[in-house]
Design a protein around this ligand. Structure first.
Ligand SMILES: [Zn+2]
Length: 95
């Protein structure tokens, strides 16, 4: 089950206000661009992925696909996929 990503509340990194934050557009990597109406600061809100989404990416990777291919299928960048895989590998070596 994938959680609704709209639960993420944008917060201005400059004035730290959560009021008056507006979504403008998406960047090429899929991150959401926001504008603070209080101080007019433009910033990028990193998309946070729910655990189920990461699990799916890892599952696909374990079927033999490359991180790049997984990224293409799930429409995320390769770097994110690699991060999740590395994190998983670190966790499993601790056991
Ligand atoms: Zn602001």
């Amino acid at each position: 089950m994938i959680e609704n990503e709209q639960k993420i509340i944008p917060k201005c990194p400059r004035c730290e206000s959560i009021e008056g934050q507006m979504y403008s557009s998406f960047s090429k990597s899929g991150a959401r661009r926001c504008v603070c109406r209080k101080c007019n600061y433009k910033y990028t809100l990193n998309r946070k992925y729910p655990k189920a989404f990461k699990d799916e990416a890892i599952r696909l990777y374990q079927t033999g696909l490359s991180a790049r291919e997984v990224g293409k299928i799930l429409n995320v960048n390769k770097g994110s996929v690699l991060n999740w895989i590395r994190k998983l590998q670190n966790d499993s070596t601790k056991i």
